[in-house]
Design a protein around this ligand. Structure first.
Ligand code: PLP
Length: 473
């Protein structure tokens, strides 16, 4: 499907604002895009039809006539399914289970009372939204106290993406997104709403003394935007991930301000993914949440998301939040929380966790950061010893490495073959293609696993690159 196909569908509908989703006519089946998710390369090329597995894949097959899940799909990448493969491919923080277990099993965590067993306010219980607002005010360093009425609680950032796509866009409209990016967003915005992504391709070339590899500029945003518009497609917003996945980089406050001004000039929504905001472990980095900026250029079109999946290593708990001053958007997203909400019991647990600022600031975060730093140092040193160039500025759970020199030719076919050699050598990485990187040869290594598994993973990584893979489990 091209932008033009999208545009034809698009022209049949007028823009009806954030709640237009409620009266959208049923869509005709269209072909799903290839869905490059982290770990997608398990299924081979992104465009080949794939065998559907499990009920989820089946559901989407019947609607779109195309199986959209790669094989095996993301949930199958959990350790128990990997049969001896060391998983350095999926972005999960497994370093602090001991701390979390001891906090989450304390007596204040379990409460059962009628209100928690009944239908909640779909934005989330007020007691939780109050704690979220205080938590974000403190840890995002907002200038003024953030407000509970701007908070909506959902089951993870994947759901926030999906819900925002549904309420902000019509089918066929697009969000701009700089590449490389966390590839599963393609699915998050497409599967329910048929919203697509338009790429702002970045590359590793450094063009000036102050420039960085894969640096986003307003000029690149402008070019990409005009390119999409010239095809008759409506761009509804800009998605930014900060700290960035997979680059492990952060945007400076000045850059953020420029991107937000760009969005305002073009009346674009900004969907700000700050899911790694507390995983900045290099103290020298000055990370700033958009919620800390003195002035948001367009507060009604700026929507921030965060979850406990990465910063608290709880990707299985499924807790995420949307913070938006736009009450139409908050109300529309909340109405989807019949599907995307979380149980009253879990809401109570999360409120208890987020209100415990002493534990977070004095126990959890210092220890988590120390462990992140130690694991990051270990992998960086291994890479230096191998003479492998990499990018990583001390944020996130991963290092973005350039394995171009191991590809006989600079093609994505060769990148995939290398990825398969890693898998045969029993170590799983995510290849650059899964992040829509336009240069072949980049891979993401997740370093947030226990030392013994990380060591084994890096040993296998080295063996594969040296041409002597390890085949035993
Ligand atoms: C940048 C980014 N956003 C969102 C998510 C999804 O987070 P959640 O587990 O809260 O759905 C991920 C998961 O890898 C991610 O890396």
């Amino acid at each position: 499907m091209t932008w033009k196909d999208n545009a034809a569908e698009n022209r049949t509908r007028s823009c009806r604002g954030p709640t237009a989703w409620a009266i959208r006519p049923p869509r005709s089946p269209v072909t799903a895009p290839s869905c490059p998710v982290e770990g997608e390369s398990l299924s081979g090329s992104g465009t080949r039809p794939r065998r559907a597995t499990g009920p989820t894949a089946w559901i989407y097959m019947t609607r779109t006539r195309t199986p959209v899940y790669p094989l095996p799909c993301l949930p199958c990448l959990c350790t128990s399914h990997l049969q001896g493969i060391i998983n350095l491919g999926v972005s999960e923080n497994k370093l602090c289970f001991d701390l979390l277990q001891s906090r989450l099993t304390q007596s204040d965590m379990l409460r059962v009372e009628p209100a928690l067993l009944q239908y909640p306010d779909w934005r989330g219980h007020l007691f939780l939204r109050e704690e979220v607002a205080k938590f974000l005010s403190l840890y995002c360093k907002s200038r003024t106290a953030l407000r509970p009425e701007n908070v909506v609680v959902l089951n993870g950032c994947a759901s926030v993406f999906s819900a925002l796509a549904t309420v902000l866009c019509e089918a066929g409209e697009v969000f701009l997104i700089p590449t490389p990016y966390y590839g599963a967003i393609t699915q998050h915005v497409y599967l329910n709403s048929h919203v697509r992504l338009a790429y702002v391709h970045l590359d590793s070339e450094v063009t000036g003394p102050d420039a960085r590899p894969f640096q986003l500029t307003v000029e690149k945003l402008e070019v990409a935007l005009q390119g999409v518009i010239s095809e008759g497609v409506t761009v509804k917003g800009l998605i930014l991930i900060n700290p960035q996945n997979p680059l492990g980089d952060i945007y400076s406050p000045g850059e953020l301000q420029e991107y937000l001004e760009f969005a305002k000039r073009h009346e674009l929504h900004v969907v700000m993914d700050e899911v790694y905001m507390l995983s900045v472990f290099d103290e020298a980095l000055e990370y700033r949440s958009v919620l800390s900026l003195e002035r948001l250029p367009d507060p009604q079109r700026t929507h921030v998301m965060w979850s406990t999946s990465k910063d608290f290593g709880m990707s299985g708990l499924r807790f995420g939040v949307l913070y938006t001053e736009n009450q139409d958007v908050a109300t529309a997203v909340a109405s989807l929380c019949r599907y995307y909400g979380l149980s009253g019991i879990a809401q109570h647990q999360m409120a208890q966790l987020l209100r415990d600022h002493d534990w977070i600031s004095q126990v959890y975060l210092p220890e988590n950061h120390a462990r992140l730093k130690a694991a990051h140092t270990y992998v960086s040193e291994e890479l230096r010893a191998l003479g492998i160039p990499f990018l990583s500025r001390g944020a996130g759970l991963f290092i973005w490495v350039n394995l171009r020199k191991y590809l006989p030719q600079a093609t994505f076919k060769e990148e995939e073959l290398l990825w398969r050699r890693f898998l045969d050598g029993k170590v799983l990485l995510s290849s650059g293609k899964a992040f829509q990187c336009k240069e072949p040869g980049w891979f993401r290594i997740v370093f947030t696993d226990k030392a013994h598994r990380l060591r084994l993973g890096m040993q296998r990584f080295r063996q594969v690159l040296e041409g002597r893979p390890h085949f035993r489990t």
